[in-house]
Design a protein around this ligand. Structure first.
Ligand code: ARG
Length: 480
């Protein structure tokens, strides 16, 4: 057992107690962050005259040596230490002697672990955003290539009105766009440095917290030392953003599973992203989509776990908070894998355009447009709705679609029908007339695609949150 706090104790810690308390098996993931934070701390200690230049150099050299050796595998992080902080300090002192013991001056493991975790999560926020960016690129290219790929749109999973594949995918673009913006928002709010908060009450050493904050790329230091060591909001915010990402991915997965089913056959998942059955030779299963859908529960679980752990904790640090790590690490890794695999599946998936279009033609998706046609001929909407309802019933009995009827047959339902009805309720016309902003008509979609391209190009620039609004000015009326 190697621990940092033996002085006050008269008995060895019971082995089980020690193991229960230790966190090295999982917080070794924070190894790089721990070294990075320690280097910043010691550089500041020297700047403030707390350590000599020689001591600082020895510590920095020692820490970079440890980092290199762990990376190269010649130094292994073993379970004989209580946590990653103890490991780094013990190895450092073993290697450089007295100066190593000064590293922890003006610091507590409470602000140290708060910093390590923040550095880790901050990097993962950006990494997750970049995975979503890649997914957005894929979605956008499907949109650009499928402006006239007609398909049924659904409500209650019943065919409702015709739309296009571009429009359907555009819905997911908006969802994942919000996810990126959410991550950026979290990043901005979390980017303050807890280092220098000490155990919870700051320290009497003349630390310069703004300096370590800037060395570590933070906007500045956190402003209350109790909150600094007790705050895990940013983890909860991140897990909540991850949960929403998974919710979006799982809705998308569900649609792909349905579209890939024998009954729909709208898409064909690439062999590389499907799996077979051990007994049924004909099977090609959408396992990736199903797993993404399934893993959503696991990420929600992480969010619920930490919310529950943090509930009712008194200030400041409590050991309960050590429980923040395993579930967070797991959720981050899960979402990362899901995003990468989902994107791979999507970018190799084939769309069966003809089947989609045939399906849109079949389910009376033009019934609303047929009613609107009658309205255009002076029939009140409520009457038109009733007339088309009867027409649909008639077609169901005859097993045909509205546009397969003759004009005389149509006229027997309403005298307002004329020869131009067939053009008016064609799939193409139904979609193309929908030109309100956000609707599936080609020109409306083109305007949105332009905005979204711009979004991807400017995703990390300052003007980015504003342009969504300004780009749209005046376009809606120009389209008609
Ligand atoms: N392993 C601890 C954690 O993850 C580090 C902080 C320990 N602080 C303490 N006072 N025991 O939270």
């Amino acid at each position: 057992m190697a621990q940092l706090w033996g002085g006050r104790f008269t008995k060895e810690t019971d082995e089980l107690v020690y193991r229960f308390n230790a966190s090295i098996t999982f917080d070794k993931k924070l190894f790089e962050q721990d070294i990075e934070g320690s280097i910043a701390h010691v550089v500041m200690l020297e700047k403030q005259g707390i350590l000599t230049c020689g001591e600082k150099d020895a510590v920095v050299k020692g820490l970079t040596g440890i980092r290199k050796d762990v990376e190269e595998g010649s130094l292994v992080i073993t379970d004989e230490y209580e946590d990653i902080h103890s490991f780094v300090e013990a190895v450092l002192t073993k290697r450089i002697g007295e100066a190593g013991k000064k590293l922890h001056t003006g610091r507590s493991r409470n602000d140290q672990v708060a910093l390590d975790m923040k550095l880790y999560v901050r990097e993962k926020v950006l990494k997750t955003a970049s995975h979503i960016e890649a997914l957005l690129e894929t979605i956008l290219s499907v949109m650009e290539n499928n402006l006239t790929t007609y398909m049924p749109g659904f409500t209650h999973l019943q065919k409702a009105q015709p739309t296009t594949l571009a429009h359907h995918f555009g819905a997911y673009f908006e969802m994942f766009k919000r996810d990126v913006l959410r991550l950026q928002d979290i990043y901005r709010r979390m980017n303050y440095c807890p280092l220098g908060a000490g155990a919870f009450a700051g320290t009497t050493y003349p630390l310069e917290r703004a300096y370590t904050a800037s060395l570590l790329g933070f906007e500045g230091p956190t402003l209350n030392s109790m909150d600094s060591v007790a705050d895990r909001d940013y983890i909860i915010e991140f897990l909540s953003a991850l949960s929403i990402i998974m919710m979006h991915l799982s809705r998308f997965s569900e649609e792909i599973i349905i579209w890939n089913s024998n009954e729909y056959r709208f898409v064909e998942i690439d062999d590389g992203f499907s799996t077979g059955s051990s007994i049924m030779p004909q099977k090609k299963n959408p396992d990736i989509a199903e797993l993404v859908r399934g893993k959503t529960g696991r990420v929600y679980g992480a969010l619920t776990a930490i919310l529950t752990t943090m509930k009712g904790l008194p200030l400041a640090y409590n050991k309960d908070m050590q429980e923040d790590k395993e579930v967070t690490f797991d959720a981050i890794e899960t979402v990362e894998n899901c995003l990468v695999l989902f994107n791979g599946m999507l970018s190799t998936m084939k769309f069966r355009h003809n089947i989609m279009e045939e399906s849109a033609k079949k389910g009376f998706t033009n019934a609303t447009d047929a009613a609107d046609y009658l309205v255009g001929r002076g029939v009140p909407f409520r009457d038109a709705h009733g007339i088309i309802g009867q027409l649909v019933l008639y077609c169901i009995e005859k097993n045909c679609s509205i546009d397969e009827l003759g004009l005389e047959e149509l006229k027997s339902f309403s005298e307002a029908f004329e020869g131009d009805v067939f053009e008016a309720i064609s799939l193409k016309a139904c979609v193309e007339r929908r030109l309100t902003t956000g609707a599936p008509g080609i020109r409306a979609m083109e305007d949105v695609i332009k905005i979204n391209k711009d979004f991807l190009a400017r995703i990390w620039t300052k003007e980015q949150p504003e342009f969504n609004r300004s780009c749209l000015k005046g376009q809606e009326s120009e389209r008609r």
